[in-house]
Design a protein around this ligand. Sequence first.
Ligand code: URP
Ligand code: ZN
Ligand code: ZN
Length: 459
Amino acid sequence: MSLLIKNGRVVTATDNYIGDVLIEGETVATMGRDLAANADRVIDATGLLVMPGGIDPHVHLDMPFMGTFSSDTHETGTRAALFGGTTMVIDFVLQRQGHSLKEALAEWNGRALGNAVGDYGFHMAVTDYNDSTRAEIAEMVELGITSFKTFMAYKGALMIDDRQMTALMEEVKRQGGIVTVHATNGDMIDYLIAKHRAEGKLSPLYHYLSQPEVTEAEASSRFADIADYTGCPGYIVHLTCEGALNAVRNATRRNQKVFVETCIQYLLLDASLYEKDFDGAKWVMSPPLRQKKDQETLWAGINQGLVNVVATDHCPFMWQQKLMGEKDFSKIPNGHPAIENRMELLYSEGVHKGRISLNKYVEVACTNPARIFGMFPRKGTIAPGSDADIVLFDPLAKHTLSASTHHMNVDYSAYEGWELTGKVKTVLLRGKVAIDNGKCLMEKGNGQFIPRNKVSGII
Ligand code: URP
Ligand code: ZN
Ligand code: ZN
């Protein structure tokens, strides 16, 4: 089966021209201006952007967390991702303390296999690093799981200490992987949560006040130092603030590259949302939303090449689940829904409003996740031989985000009523039409696990 996309504006991290893309089977055969090619099917893309499928390298699907499960399954989450122009996600497998990485992987395979609609990969979250975990790192890399997530926070649940971090980094470096981190100071946060609870300060605002900027700046700096010492490639997930980005900026002064991911919410939303009494629980996530000055720092960081990726940290919970913390902010399940909204929000607020270029948009939303996590050039670009994961995007279409129209399995929208310019029209996944004009044409089970290559820490 061949497919020709004609007369669209083809945009990659480096290209921007009116042209055609020829797809044969699951991959791109060739592209260029006025291709003289015949195909079984032709799509006229006049007036549309033709871009690589988005890659969201930070999502939590069907994840056991804080006494409940995130509400999107691998089916509903990857389908919603496709509706929003994201053709691949990287989900987190969580090791249970006292158990092996293999057991955790078997559990996640049980939830994802045969259910995903779009493509997916796994990061392995190491929550208990010991001699037997060490022996499993090479096995995970062999299976195509080349990134290892660590938590410097969530004390008593997921957090590891600096001893484990150092030893893990040494082994991951040896095996050709990368260590990623939730970089906040877990001990300080644990103390501040306990203090606020003891003082009877229990509303969502105190979630925010328990995780001040210094907790993130300090941990980001410490992580960068340990990565520098061990020589292990490092990636900070969901970086939110000026202090933390300055820690990364400092690391560059000794010629160290630490990859940085921010998430769409930290670019667009701020901590004033926590002043809305319990409604603020919709945005209770860790780290919390910050200040407007931090948003400016993050947008600038994208343009300075310090912020490499815009992800979501999609971790949705139904309102009923959020109510678990109605009387105590520390019991509100942390996370917010965005898997479907990231590409359109970033286009509208970033490209349409002139904050970032179209090439930069593709770079941070599609190409860099593929490069950093060992999938490039199979994923993240439009090039001969690449998977034909392609989004046809109408840059002028206006629409409004709402829980009443989204496809995520969550009963509120964190962006209710936001009016956007630019909308996903058609999405191809490995050469097949997955989404067309608001309809999903792909069954669950179509999504494939994508094994990833070893990584160099250079992009
Ligand atoms: O609030 C968040 N971020 N929930 C998901 C878990 C994590 O820390 O990424
Ligand atoms: Zn986190
Ligand atoms: Zn997360």
